[in-house]
Ligand binder design. Structure first.
Ligand SMILES: [Fe+2]
Length: 226
């Protein structure tokens, strides 16, 4: 039986944001102030999302692993610390680039920033894959899916509305149709009507016409939503 992957939706959203940033870094002209500002904004948002996500894992995921596999938790706490160092350096380089006035300085700062971004991306892609392999195997051994679904609800309830809006936008960009449908069915069945309507507006804005009409069709089918 396929087990519930507690990381799936958020990790797909974070990867979608990473890939978008990767393309923006390699396509943008660092001498064009508007393009450079757009990239710096994207990177700042990315770093914030990854930082908040690591904090959420420290508060909600690692404690339930700790009960059974404390040594594994130590390894992931260390990875989160390393991630913080890499993020700190990337943030510093964004700040440095933004302060450059000469073309030559800007070019050097951009090159260093591009290298630091790749380090951030590679580290986090590996880190998330490790979590989905090692942590999921532990969670699946000790917790039934129903309990993991309840845990997801607790995690969502603890998030700030601004962060929910931001991560939802990236998740809808990163998930496939059946993942979006099951997420939206859960919102429809458990959240307020206002929250559900906001999510529908987000889907309409983000999905292409065909995917949007498929989602609407499935969600409006009462038998499938119940
Ligand atoms: Fe993590």
């Amino acid at each position: 039986m396929k087990r519930y992957n507690i990381f799936n939706n958020i990790h797909k959203g974070l990867r979608a944001c990473l890939y978008d940033c990767a393309n923006a870094v390699q396509q943008s002209d660092f001498n064009d102030p508007a393009q450079a500002a757009l990239v710096m904004g994207k990177l700042s948002e990315l770093i914030e999302m990854f930082g908040k996500h690591a904090t959420t894992e420290d508060e909600f995921i690692l404690p339930i692993v700790m009960e059974y596999e404390p040594s594994v938790v130590t390894v992931f706490h260390d990875e989160h610390r390393k991630d913080e160092e890499i993020s700190f350096r990337l943030r510093y380089l964004i700040h440095r680039f933004s302060g450059c006035r000469e073309d030559g300085d800007r070019e050097t700062a951009w090159e260093e920033l591009a290298i630091a971004f790749i380090e951030f991306m590679v580290f986090n892609l590996n880190h998330m894959a490790k979590e989905e392999d090692i942590l999921n195997r532990i969670l699946w051994r000790y917790y039934p899916d129903e309990q993991l679904h309840q845990h997801t609800k607790k995690i969502v309830a603890a998030q700030e509305p601004r962060m929910i809006a931001l991560t939802s936008r990236w998740m809808i960009r990163g998930l496939n149709n059946s993942e979006i449908l099951s997420w939206y069915r859960s919102v429809k069945n458990h959240a307020s009507d206002t929250a559900f309507q906001e999510m529908m507006a987000l889907a309409e804005a983000e999905l292409g016409r065909e995917r949007w009409s498929q989602l609407q069709m499935h969600l409006c089918d009462g038998a499938m939503v119940a």
